[in-house]
Ligand binder design. Structure first.
Ligand code: FES
Length: 152
């Protein structure tokens, strides 16, 4: 259902492939690009499935496996490393009981790493979905995650 509505928003031009994939991923209830999403995009743009799949595989912002409601993207670039992102990563892995790329059992959180988020001035930084957070500490991370849990 969301696929048709997503595709209708864009002209069927190859220049729109990233916009279309973004929108499909955002609207997929499991926040990833399912085979059906890739197929729908390929059919709409009249290009081979393999072409769309290679684009979706190339960019780290796309996921080809189901993810949680909230996608945590912890910055993994040197300025954030210097400010303690590695210990935050260890903390997140332990408190969520996941490895990088995995989703919590309750399907709430997926933990990912990303390169610089452009927020080096408030390192260490992370994003949760579209929201940016900086000056992170384990206590701040706990408060942020707890707020998300209570939003349900
Ligand atoms: S290095 Fe982490 S936000 Fe820039």
């Amino acid at each position: 259902m969301y696929r048709e509505q997503t595709l209708k928003k864009f002209n069927p031009a190859l220049d729109n492939i990233l916009y279309i994939l973004h929108d499909l991923q955002d609207n997929n209830p499991e926040h990833y690009l399912a085979k059906e999403d890739i197929r729908a995009c390929a059919d709409y743009l009249e290009v081979p499935y393999s072409y769309v799949h290679s684009v979706a595989s190339f960019y780290t912002m796309f996921s080809l496996k189901p993810r949680g409601r909230y996608i945590i993207r912890l910055c993994d670039s040197p300025p954030c490393h210097l400010m303690g992102s590695q210990s935050l990563l260890d903390y997140l892995k332990k408190s969520l009981d996941v490895k990088v790329g995995e989703t919590t059992k309750d399907k709430m959180f997926t933990l990912e790493l990303t390169s610089c988020l452009g927020a080096c001035g408030v390192a260490p930084a992370m994003m949760i979905n579209e929201e940016m957070f900086g000056n992170l500490t384990p206590a701040a991370v706990d408060a942020i995650l707890e707020k998300r849990r209570k939003e349900l």
